[in-house]
Every structure is written in structure tokens, then in C-alpha cells.
Design a protein around this ligand. Sequence first.
Ligand SMILES: Nc1ncnc2c1ncn2[C@@H]1O[C@H](COP(=O)(O)OP(=O)(O)O)[C@@H](O)[C@H]1O
Ligand SMILES: [Mg+2]
Length: 256
Amino acid sequence: MSPVGPAFALEKASVVRGGRVIWSHGDLSVPLGDVVIVIGPNGSGKTTLLQALMGLVPLSGGHIEVFGEPPRRGNPRIGYVPQNYTATVGDAVRERDLVAFGVAGDRWGLGRLRPAERARIDAALVAVGAVALAGRRMSSLSGGQQQRAAIAQALVGEPDLLLLDEPLANLDVRNQHEIVSLLGALRRDREVTIVVVAHDLNPLLPVLSSAIYLMDGHPHYDHIGEVVDETLLTHLYGTPVKVVRSAQGDLFTRSG
Ligand SMILES: Nc1ncnc2c1ncn2[C@@H]1O[C@H](COP(=O)(O)OP(=O)(O)O)[C@@H](O)[C@H]1O
Ligand SMILES: [Mg+2]
């Protein structure tokens, strides 16, 4: 694979969980620098795909390569924000401590951090615009601020691939917009490939370059302009979807 090859690629990839094929015939290649959405019905295996990229779920067939290598647990080139992550964080945890987990793992306590690690934590807080909130308890932050803290934690390792599982869930429209703007800024300021699982394409459309859609048990990849298609989305979601083009050239989709 060439040094400028894809961020990750699937070749005839399939996953079986609990004796059931979750998806199969995964053949796709995601270029470096993409902001790619992963869409598909509940249970279609979106989270499973992220887990496979991280080496947390084995393939039952085929291959995956991440930066030209097989997936492996603890790959430092990957940053990950799990689904519903912030809901699992204890009330008393301060934002800076949460971000520090990104370098320290279970090594609790900022006192033991090396200067370079502290600098990376500070840089991650700056990147998500959360410096002023760093001393606050997570429970005192809004949903959007909590999600930014979780993203900062994933950025501490300066990943080349950022995996976000439903980062817009449970956020109001304003907070959704803030997170989407943040993803756009990360894409511009860091050479990071971003994979974001989401139910709704609309809020993410301004920053997306492509989509992986899990349809009929198979992962497919295409440019976002090809995926925002009435026939495709109607089939994917199993409910009528309308695609509307505004005068500004924006695309958006809506249940019809
Ligand atoms: N640890 C597990 N063991 C067995 N089956 C699982 C496990 N985790 C998820 N599954 C099953 O795999 C399927 C895909 O799950 P998931 O990847 O979480 O879907 P999505 O994120 O698209 O909602 C679901 O049917 C789910 O029940
Ligand atoms: Mg999921």
C-alpha cells in the first residue's frame, strides 16, 4: 500500500456477532482527510464497524487495513469517542481530568503527568474551545460542552483517525451545530480523517466529504453528493426521504 494510501480500507470484510452475520462483502477505501458519515438503520453494524477498525471485533472473513496495517487494539493513531460516552462519566469528574484520561488512561491524577503530556492536554482543550471550562465538573456542563470534552480526550493522542459514535445524539440544534463546526475546524487545522456515526445527515452536510452506508447487510462507500439521493436514502431508511436543493446550493434531506 502506498504511503499516501487510504486512511482505511475493507476488502471482502464481514463480521459475525452472536452467530449472526452483521455485515458482509465490505469492499471500500476511505481516503486520507475525508470526513465520512456512517449511516444505516439501528443494529445495522455502525458501531461494529468502528470497533472492527480498532481491532476490538474480529472479522469473520476478509481484511481491514488502517493506515496500511491490520487493526490492532490500542492503536495510538486512532482517537475514539464511544456512543453515549459522556453519560457514563461520573458527576464529579472535572473536564480537565476527563481530557487527561486521553494520555493517562487509568493513571488517575494530573500530578504524575509529564510536561509534554500536560501540553498535549492543553492543546486539546484549546482545539475544542474548552479552556475556560477545564476546571468545571462534567455534570455542570451542557451536553454540547460535555461532547467537546469527550472529543478533546480523543484528540490528546494527536490521532490521524478520529472515530465519533453518534456525537450529535441528545444535543439540541444549537449544540449540534457547534460540534459540526468543531469537526470542520479539526479537519482544516489538523490532518485528521474523521469518521462520524449519525442518524441524521442534515446537520453534518456542511462538513461531509463522503458516506459509508450500511444497506441490505453490506457497507458501501461513496461521495456525499452521490449518497444524498432520494432513492438511495428512501431505501436505506425504509421511509420516504426528500432531497431539497436550496438557492445557495445546499442539499438537505427530509422525510416526505
Ligand atoms: N457484543 C455483542 N455480542 C453479540 N452481538 C452484538 C454485540 N454488540 C452488538 N451486537 C449486535 O450486532 C448488531 C449491530 O450492532 P451495532 O454495531 O451496535 O449496530 P448500530 O451501531 O448500527 O446500531 C446488533 O444486532 C447488535 O445486537
Ligand atoms: Mg451504534
